[in-house]
Ligand binder design. Structure first.
Ligand code: SAM
Length: 251
């Protein structure tokens, strides 16, 4: 049995795909991919010794050493071109996921890969921007809640029409706010172009809680007399105002 978050990631992966799970830690996702019959072969990549040992043990205990190759190394460096169809990178910051993809691209490790399933813990906008820059089309986004935390799962594919499709997806005119106002493209990257189009309760809750955090920061800043604090507070207040406006104006 895997967690709701890992199950969300699992569900996005295409049937029959050979998968590389980068930063696999306990290798729970690779084991489930094989046991469920979804994947014929999985590579579990890990940089750090503790998680690497945990992954090796998990795979050995499950008796799946012939189907799951646990490899030690940084990011996509553990792969050879053409070895897998899909790559999953989950449970890290968006900046790190982007850097791993960028470095892998430079090394030619994305050749032959047709699907990316990415679950950044923070900095989702950085991942979305990288996908657009490199002509991957974001086909969908999920948001799930587990143990009081929310997680966004991004699914992207290679497409010859990626540029055209992304232009449409990130076109701010696509989102109609109730008050007739417009969302900036910046906000589409931050809020998620699919998530904002079909807002679900968990997503709204996430942003309400972000607003609470920003309010608390403003209160702290207002206790200081420094001019710098005034400026920061004003910037945060403006951010709060914009998020509020979007939340209030969505269906
Ligand atoms: N992917 C699993 C999940 O979602 O449950 C584990 C997430 S865990 C929080 C992040 C893992 O990524 C850690 O085990 C860490 O050692 C590994 N990691 C961090 N940077 C990495 C890199 N550059 N290359 C490979 N693994 C990395």
């Amino acid at each position: 049995k895997i967690s709701k978050r890992l199950m969300g990631i699992f569900e996005q992966i295409g049937n029959g795909h050979r998968v590389a799970d980068i930063g696999s830690d306990h290798a729970l996702l690779p084991v489930y991919l094989i046991q469920s019959g979804k994947s014929p072969f999985v590579i579990a990549g890990e940089l750090n010794p503790g998680p690497l040992a945990a992954a090796r043990k998990q795979v050995r205990d499950a008796g799946l050493s012939s189907r799951i190759d646990v490899r030690e190394g940084n990011g996509l460096s553990v792969l050879s071109a053409g070895e897998v169809d899909a790559i999953t990178i989950a449970g890290m910051g968006g900046g790190l996921i982007r850097d791993i993809l960028e470095e892998g691209l430079r090394q030619g490790k994305l050749e032959g890969v047709t699907e990316l399933v990415l679950q950044p813990n923070v900095g989702e906008d950085l991942v979305r921007r990288w996908l657009v820059k490199e002509n991957w089309y974001l086909t969908g986004e999920q948001i799930i809640e587990e143990d009081g935390k929310t997680y966004e799962i991004l699914h992207a594919v290679r497409s010859d029409r990626a540029k055209e499709l992304n232009d449409e997806l990130y076109n701010p005119d696509r989102i109609q706010l109730n008050d007739g106002g417009k969302l900036s493209q910046e906000w589409l990257y931050t809020l998620g172009p699919w998530l904002v189009s079909e807002p679900v309760e968990v997503w709204k809750k996430k942003w309400e809680s972000e607003l609470c955090k920003l309010e608390k920061i403003c209160i702290k800043l207002s206790e200081s007399d420094a001019a710098e604090s005034r400026e920061k507070e004003a910037a945060f207040r403006e951010e709060i105002r914009q998020i509020r406006e979007v939340l209030d104006c969505l269906p």
